[in-house]
Design a protein around this ligand. Structure first.
Ligand SMILES: [Zn+2]
Length: 222
């Protein structure tokens, strides 16, 4: 049974995670319930470092945002939704999903932590939102999950990922955001297979060192 101290430590830990991801004081307060003055005292010694400006307001923003912002918002929201369905708490899920989003998408990230908080609020109807106004749906054409207004019937026309595919050939910004990864050179694997065969044929008890096959991405000697 967790004690009050355990619960408090967990709350402070969560607040620290949020502040490290760039959250403003209001966001940390909504997620953790810690008083704003305490948040400032604990995490913002330098008043100049406090994130300022107008907080995000996603229900209006999302529908007029450009394509790459909508794909990023959809990627974050799909990860968030999956973790929430797995039964994690909203605050932990927000932090975990945001970190995952940062790993998946190219920096600089278009979705700030405050924006992610706002999207999660309006998807779950929690924190700053009284009721949900977004949901994550699956595209009938490409099977990608994307964010849309609550109650919208999923249609290909609303899917930002289908648009990315359509625009890919002649939009350099889209190409930069979704770089292709070169396919591995098949000759490397043939070389690796030849080495394994050579090792096998030279006998299990033979301890001679065979040169290791190289694989794409391995460091090469210059
Ligand atoms: Zn699609």
């Amino acid at each position: 049974m967790p004690t009050r101290a355990d619960r408090h430590l967990r709350t402070v830990r969560l607040a620290k995670d949020c502040s490290e991801l760039g959250a403003r004081i209001r966001t940390i307060h909504c997620i953790t319930g810690l008083p704003p003055r305490e948040i400032q005292r604990l995490f913002f010694n330098d008043p100049q470092a406090i994130p300022r400006g107008r907080p995000p307001d996603s229900p209006e923003w999302y529908h007029s945002a450009n394509l790459l912002y909508r794909t990023d918002a959809s990627i974050f929201s799909a990860i968030y939704r999956r973790l929430r369905h797995a039964g994690f708490g909203a605050g932990e899920t927000l932090v975990g999903a945001y970190r995952h989003y940062q790993m998946v998408c190219q920096a600089p990230n278009r979705i700030s932590f405050d924006r992610a908080f706002d999207l999660a609020s309006h998807t779950d109807g929690i924190w700053i939102a009284k009721s949900p106004s977004f949901e994550v749906v699956t595209c009938p054409a490409c099977a990608s999950e994307f964010l849309t207004a609550l109650g919208t019937i999923p249609k290909t026309e609303g899917c930002p990922f289908c648009k990315v595919v359509q625009r890919y050939g002649n939009d350099p910004r889209v190409q930069t955001s979704f770089p292709t990864h070169p396919l591995p050179d098949p000759t490397v694997f043939q070389h690796g297979m030849a080495m394994l065969r050579w090792k096998k044929e030279s006998g299990a008890n033979d301890n001679r060192e065979a040169p290791l096959p190289s694989f794409p991405g391995d460091m090469q000697d210059k």
